[in-house]
Design a protein. Structure first.
Length: 685
C-alpha cells in the first residue's frame, strides 16, 4: 500500500486506524488535513469503494481541495467517485438522491437573502404582533436560527440574542412579554415556508437528521451507501450538526479531525466542547493527538502560543516547530488604513522584486472583507494582482439572482420570492401589479398550467411572451441551455438595469453561470446546490474576483481573505490587518467573555497561517482613541493599557516593532508668501 512516507508516526497511526471511530485532536499546522487526505487515499487503496466515502468540510473550497489532493495520490481515475461537500450541500444531495425517503424533492432551497424576504412578508402579514416588538426581521431570523442550531428554547435564544444573556427578573419579565408575539411570527414563517415549498439552510440538516433519527428504514438505506464519514474541522460542529452526525455512528465509521483552539464559529452555535466530549458520546471511539507543527518557524509559534496562554481557557497546547528558528514576527504601527494599505503594497512589491517571492506567496487577512476595501483600491492602483475569499458570493449577486429567479419559478411554481423578483424585472410591472399576478398564479397553480395562468393574468403581448419563455425553458433538458434561453430573453433588461457596470463587471458572469449550470444534471440540483456552493472558483478561475487584473492567464495573485475563510490555508508571508484595540477583541465583544475568547481564537487562526513571515499591522489612531493619548515613541513602554486588548503585555522579544511615518516628499517652495487674488477667473460681463 502506498502510504506517503512523509507521514510521521502519529499521522501514520491515524491513517491506518483499524477501530470503529476516531477523532484526531491536534493543533494548527500539525498535519490534520494531510492526515485526512492520506486516510481517504488509504481506504480507497484498501479496497473501499470511493463512492462509499464521504468527506465533510466547512467550505466548498476545502472540500474540493481535499478531494483533488486525494485523487492526485491515487492511480488514474481510482478516486473519481469520491465525494466531498459541506454539511448543507451533502444533505441537499441526499434529499435530491432519495426523494421519497426525505419527502422534500419538490422544494427550493432558499438563501439568507430569501429568508429575510419571507420574514419581511410574514412580519407585514402579522402586523399586530410585529408592531408590538422592536425587533427587526433579520433579528427574528437570527433568533430562529440560533434556536435550531443550538437546540436552545425560544426563551433562551431571545435572552442570548436580545438581552446579552442576562439572567435577572427584569429580563425574564421582558422576555415573557415579547415571547408570544415572536412565537406567532416564527410559526407563521414556518407555515409560509411549507406553503411555498422552501427549505432554508437549517432545514436541509433537520430534514435529513430527523429522518435518520426516527426512521430505521432511513438508517438502513443510507448504511448501504456509506462506509466512512471523514469530518474536517470537527471543533466547529454545532448541536444541529452533531444531531446529523450522531445517527451515522451506527451506520458507518467516523474519522474526524479538529482543533479546539481554532473554533471560530460559535456565532453559528458551534460548541468546541463537542470535540472534548467525543469519547463519551461516541461508543467504541478513540482520540489521537498530533504534536509537531510542520508549517511555521518557531518564532511564529511562540507568539501564537503566547496568545493562547493568555486565555483563561486551558487549551493545553504548545506548538513546537519541526522547522526550527526563523524571522521574528513584525508588528507594524500605522496611523490610518491608507498608510497600512500602502505599506502592505510596498512590502509585497519588495518581496516580489527583490526577494524572489511570487504574489501568491502572500496571504492578507482581515476580519471582514469590508475592511480590505482600501487595500484593494491600492492594489488596483499599484497593479498588484489579487483575489478575494469570503464576502458576497457569486450566486448572491443581484444580476445573477435576477436571471435565476426565472429558473426558480420553472423549478418550483410556488416560489413567491422568485415570482416577485422575476415579475418586477419586467418593464412596467411594479410590486403591486406583480403581487396581483402572483395571487392569480397561486390560486390556479393546482388546476391549470403556468403558461395559461400567465396569459390570463397578463393579457396582451407581455403575458404571451413570458408564457412562451416559461414553456421554452421547461422543455429543455440541459440546464446550461436553460441559462442560455433565460439570458437571451433577459439580457437587454439586465444590461439596462446594471448599465453602470454591466460591461466591466457583470456581463462576463453569465458564461460562467452557464458553465456552472452545465455541471448539474437537473435544474433542481443546480438551484439548490448552486446556491449552497456559492461558487467562488471554477476551473481555477476566480469567479467574482473584484480585481480586474486577475485574468485567466495571470494565476499568480495575492489572496485577500477574511480570517473565517482562511481556515486551512497557509502562506509563506501572512499579513494580518488591523490587529488593533477595538478590533481584537472587537468592541462588540467586550462585555462577553466567551466572545472575547472566540476573537482570540480568530487571531490565533490568522497567526498560525504563516510559514515564514508573520506581519501584524496595528492602527495607532485607535490606540490613541482608546486612551486619548498618542502612541509612545519609545517602543519599550507599553503601547496600550486597555484591559482586554490582546497585544497588551506582549513581550518585546516576541516581535519586532515598526512605526510607519507619514511620507511627505521634500519640496522647494518660494522663500516668502506671494499675494493671492481671489477676483481672478470670473468674467462679469
Ligand atoms: N509529516 C509531515 N512531513 C512534512 N510536512 C508535513 C507533515 N505533516 C504536515 N506537513 C505540512 O505542514 C503543513 C500543515 O499541514 P496541514 O495543513 O495538514 O495541517 P493542519 O493541522 O490541517 O493545519 P491547520 O489546522 O492549521 O489548518 C502543510 O504544509 C503540510 O504539507
Amino acid at each position: 500500500m502506498n502510504i506517503p512516507d512523509t507521514l510521521n508516526d502519529g499521522q501514520r497511526k491515524a491513517v491506518e486506524f483499524d477501530g470503529e471511530h476516531l477523532l484526531v485532536l491536534a493543533g494548527a499546522g500539525t498535519g490534520k488535513t494531510k492526515t485526512i487526505i492520506a486516510r481517504a487515499a488509504y481506504l480507497i487503496q484498501s479496497g473501499i469503494d470511493p463512492s462509499k466515502i464521504q468527506i465533510l468540510t466547512f467550505t466548498k473550497k476545502a472540500a474540493n481541495e481535499i478531494v483533488e489532493r486525494v485523487k492526485a495520490t491515487l492511480p488514474q481515475s481510482d478516486g473519481n467517485s469520491l465525494s466531498g461537500a459541506t454539511f448543507h450541500s451533502w444533505c441537499n444531495q441526499l434529499i435530491v438522491r432519495f426523494p421519497n425517503l426525505f419527502g422534500a424533492a419538490a422544494y427550493t432551497v432558499i438563501d439568507p437573502d430569501d429568508q429575510l424576504s419571507i420574514m419581511k412578508m410574514v412580519c407585514g402579514n402579522q402586523n399586530l404582533d410585529f408592531g408590538k416588538l422592536r425587533i427587526k426581521p433579520q433579528q427574528l431570523i437570527d433568533i430562529y436560527s440560533l434556536a435550531r442550531n443550538t437546540k436552545k428554547s425560544l426563551t433562551e435564544s431571545l435572552r442570548i440574542k436580545l438581552f446579552k444573556n442576562k439572567k435577572d427578573a427584569d429580563t425574564d419579565y421582558e422576555i415573557s412579554t415579547i415571547k408570544p408575539h415572536v412565537e406567532n411570527i416564527l410559526r407563521a414563517y414556518q407555515l409560509k415556508k411549507g406553503e411555498q415549498r422552501y427549505l432554508d439552510y437549517d432545514d436541509l440538516l433537520l430534514v435529513v437528521s430527523t429522518q435518520l433519527r426516527t426512521n430505521p428504514e432511513a438508517r438502513n438505506i443510507l448504511s448501504q451507501h456509506l462506509d466512512y464519514l471523514l469530518v474536517d474541522e470537527m471543533q466547529d460542529t454545532n448541536p444541529l450538526q452533531w444531531d446529523l452526525l450522531d445517527p451515522f455512528v451506527s451506520i458507518c465509521k467516523l474519522f474526524c479531525v479538529g482543533d479546539d483552539a481554532q473554533s471560530i464559529y460559535s456565532f453559528r452555535g458551534a460548541d468546541f466542547k463537542n470535540v472534548h466530549l467525543f469519547k463519551e458520546r461516541v461508543p467504541d471511539s478513540e482520540v489521537y493527538k498530533l504534536e509537531k507543527n510542520y508549517r511555521s518557524t518557531q518564532e511564529i509559534l511562540d507568539i501564537s502560543n503566547w496568545l493562547l496562554e493568555k486565555s483563561p481557557i486551558n487549551y493545553n497546547k504548545k506548538l513546537q516547530s519541526i522547522r526550527g528558528s526563523g524571522e521574528l514576527p513584525r508588528l507594524v504601527n500605522v496611523s490610518d488604513e491608507w498608510q497600512e494599505a500602502n505599506w502592505v503594497a510596498d512590502e509585497i512589491l519588495n518581496n516580489f522584486t527583490h526577494q524572489d517571492r511570487t504574489f501568491s506567496d502572500h496571504l492578507v487577512l482581515a476580519r471582514s472583507q469590508y475592511y480590505s476595501k482600501s487595500l484593494q483600491a491600492v492594489f488596483i492602483r499599484r497593479k498588484i494582482p489579487y483575489v478575494t475569499y469570503g464576502g458576497r458570493k457569486f450566486m448572491q449577486a443581484a444580476h445573477i439572482k435576477d436571471l435565476v429567479s426565472l429558473l426558480r419559478i420553472v423549478n418550483n411554481p410556488y416560489d413567491e420570492i422568485a415570482w416577485i423578483r422575476f415579475l418586477t424585472f419586467q418593464e412596467g410591472v411594479g410590486e403591486v401589479r406583480a403581487s396581483r399576478i402572483l395571487q392569480q398564479v397561486i390560486e390556479n397553480v393546482e388546476k391549470d398550467d403556468i403558461p395559461n395562468i400567465l396569459q390570463n393574468a397578463m393579457p396582451g403581448e407581455d403575458g404571451s411572451k413570458i408564457a412562451k419563455l416559461y414553456e421554452s425553458i421547461k422543455s429543455k433538458s440541459d440546464v446550461g441551455e436553460m441559462v442560455d434561453t433565460a439570458y437571451e430573453a433577459m439580457s437587454l433588461g439586465l444590461a439596462f438595469r446594471y448599465r453602470r457596470d454591466w460591461n466591466e463587471k457583470r456581463r462576463g458572469d453569465f458564461p460562467v453561470l452557464k458553465l456552472l449550470a452545465k455541471s448539474y444534471p437537473t435544474l433542481g440540483e443546480f438551484i439548490g446546490e448552486g446556491l449552497l456552493d456559492n461558487s467562488e472558483n471554477m476551473n481555477g478561475m476566480n469567479v467574482l474576483s473584484e480585481s480586474k487584473l486577475n485574468t485567466a492567464e495571470n494565476k499568480d495573485h495575492v489572496i485577500i481573505s477574511t480570517i473565517h475563510s482562511a481556515k486551512g490555508l497557509e502562506a509563506d508571508v501572512c499579513i494580518v490587518l488591523n490587529v488593533s484595540p477595538k478590533a481584537f477583541p472587537s468592541a462588540w465583544s467586550l462585555d462577553n467573555l466567551a466572545e472575547i475568547e472566540e476573537d482570540r481564537r480568530v487571531l490565533y487562526v490568522a497567526m498560525t497561517r504563516a510559514k515564514n513571515r508573520l506581519i501584524l499591522t496595528r492602527n495607532t489612531s485607535s490606540i490613541s482613541a482608546v486612551h486619548q493619548r498618542a502612541l509612545p515613541t519609545n517602543m519599550d513602554s507599553k503601547t496600550d493599557d486597555a484591559d482586554t486588548y490582546f497585544l497588551n503585555d506582549l513581550p518585546d522579544n516576541l516581535v519586532e516593532q515598526l512605526i510607519v511615518e507619514h511620507k511627505f516628499g521634500k519640496v522647494n517652495d518660494a522663500a516668502s508668501p506671494n499675494k493671492i487674488d481671489l477676483s481672478s477667473g470670473m468674467d462679469f460681463s
